[in-house]
Ligand binder design. Structure first.
Ligand SMILES: [Zn+2]
Length: 198
């Protein structure tokens, strides 16, 4: 399985992540599943940015600490999900995934993300920082070239190199990584390829 997005959609996720920093952003990915190819693909048609409604109430339920702040959690209001789903069906589309950001944290799903994930959905995570420090090395290897552009060097992540080559470093919130994940039959996240289409 792979998920196909346009460059504009990728940019939209980057932007949403950056303007929401230092909090997590989230949004719904509408699209369809193309089963014609041997490896079926999810095709993103539209991204619906949603409010991160993770709030004090949730923090109390889950235990209030830094890990449970909107810097580390996201939630989409159930009513919003329902409305978007209904709207999508009217247009013969489906919810095919959710995107969210990880401020100052690698683009890998947390245990919380896993526990609340739905089978079949793609979970696109974008890592955002406003730090110039290369704060994580592993399991993702990000290296800097002499021209200060951030380059992906990990074979773990199949996303095309070109996705990262134009990111700039600096003190403003910026994207350092993007990755998609999907639950397997054992409810564990597996890496999913992001294909950039027209
Ligand atoms: Zn997360």
């Amino acid at each position: 399985m792979a998920i196909c997005l346009t460059q504009e959609q990728i940019e939209q996720i980057y932007q949403h992540g950056c303007v929401s920093y230092p909090f997590e952003c989230c949004g719904i990915i509408l699209g369809s599943i193309n089963c014609e190819t041997s490896e079926s693909e999810k095709i993103a048609v539209e991204l619906i940015p949603t409010e991160n409604v993770w709030n004090a109430e949730n923090a109390v339920i889950f235990g209030e600490n830094e890990e449970n702040s909107p810097r580390r959690r996201y939630a989409i209001a159930p009513q919003v999900m329902l409305n978007v789903q209904k709207n999508a069906r009217d247009r013969s589309l489906d919810i095919i995934g959710i995107y969210h950001s990880h401020p100052d944290y690698p683009a890998i799903p947390s245990e919380f993300d896993r526990r609340y994930a739905w089978s079949g959905y793609s979970y696109i995570i974008v890592a955002i920082t406003n730090s110039d420090v290369n704060f994580y090395q592993s399991p993702m290897k990000i290296c800097r070239q002499s021209n200060q552009k951030i380059v992906h060097s990990s074979s773990l992540l199949p996303t095309p190199y070109s996705l990262f080559s134009r990111e700039e470093s600096g003190v403003f919130p910026h994207t350092i990584d993007i990755h998609s994940w999907c639950l397997d039959d054992n409810q564990q996240f597996q890496s999913e390829q992001i294909i950039i289409g027209g």
